[in-house]
Design a protein. Structure first.
Length: 318
């Protein structure tokens, strides 16, 4: 059995030359536009000096399957604290389902203020209440989630109305709050009540980058090649230090994609660090005919991986 493999490999930024670090002088607080500019770099995830990601959720503390109504605390009658975070930090993702459904009210209190800067029901947020509109925020399958960065300088307390919510019965509120410290521990301006023109433009750019991947289109185009069943060929080899920012593979016969394994070797090692079928490498699950995210996806006969992969000495894709 034979099939044609068109392999495309894109090189983006040489580590030896130094990638753009950007940022703000130490000691100065980041405003919202500056923070969004930092987070709009898809290659930032490959850095070793970025902040550790953490999560607060309704997970069952006993290790069971009752991942609901496990709150961080209570706030008066009928109110539950979903998260109480110390700053400076940034919420990078918020997800919730259940509870009061569309009428579930959420409140975000910043820096010990008595009035929440975000105060809305899930229904109001699901309708795209600015700045929580698509594609960074969405309501799907009875869940609401957002990837709009929510910075807080001193403290962020997220509260939900939870009348009669118990560990045994209904309603059941599920939630996840992903967060991290602010970049390099710098102070940040807490989430603005309304975005000015500069902040709105920065958020639009941030949204566009994460919807498309934001990588440069130039790269190394490999010649089409034929690979027989059981055969292995090297499609790319390069000396480091460098960084692979994208790998695109177009296969002539999609029915053979799951039988085509991609292996990546670093620094002359005999064992591959990455080795899996092409669809899984591109993040495909189940039978989705087309899918796409900032780092993974498929468009027709083409699969792509845009996850940045730095290497020190040598890289070989087979």
């Amino acid at each position: 059995m034979r099939h044609v493999l068109h392999a495309f490999l894109f090189m983006y930024c040489a580590l030896g030359a130094g990638c753009n670090r950007g940022g703000t002088p130490p000691g100065e607080a980041l405003d919202y536009a500056q923070l969004l500019s930092l987070y709009a770099d898809p290659l930032r995830i490959a850095r070793l000096d970025v902040e550790q990601a953490e999560i607060v959720s309704s997970v069952d503390p006993g290790g069971g399957n009752n991942d609901f109504n496990n709150f961080a605390g209570r706030e008066g009658e009928g109110l539950a604290v979903l998260a109480d975070l110390k700053g400076p930090g940034v919420v990078t993702r918020f997800w919730t389902t259940g509870g009061g459904g569309a009428k579930q009210r959420l409140q975000f209190f910043f820096d010990d203020e008595s009035t929440p800067r975000i105060d809305a029901t899930v229904e109001e947020l699901s309708k795209g209440r600015p700045p929580f509109d698509a594609p960074l925020s969405r309501s799907e399958q009875s869940c609401w989630w957002t990837y709009v960065p929510i910075p807080f300088n001193k403290r962020l307390k997220i509260v939900a109305e939870t009348d009669n919510f118990t560990h045994e019965g209904w309603p059941r509120l599920f939630y996840q709050v992903n967060h991290s410290r602010s970049p390099k521990g710098q102070g940040v301006e807490s989430f603005p009540v309304g975005l000015n023109s500069e902040q709105a433009l920065a958020l639009k750019t941030f949204s566009s980058v994460w919807a498309t991947g934001g990588h440069a289109a130039d790269g190394t185009l490999m010649d089409p090649m034929v690979i027989a069943a059981g055969e292995s060929k090297t499609v790319f080899s390069a000396e480091g230090p460098e960084l692979i920012s994208a790998l695109r593979v177009r296969i002539e016969n999609l029915t053979l994609a799951e039988h085509l394994w991609i292996s990546i070797y670093w620094d002359g090692e005999a064992q591959a660090s990455v080795s899996l079928p092409l669809p899984l490498l591109a993040g495909k699950v189940w039978l989705a005919p087309r899918f796409e995210s900032a780092y993974f996806g498929q468009r027709g006969q083409e699969f792509f991986l845009r996850y940045p992969m730095p290497f020190k000495g040598h890289a070989r894709v087979q």
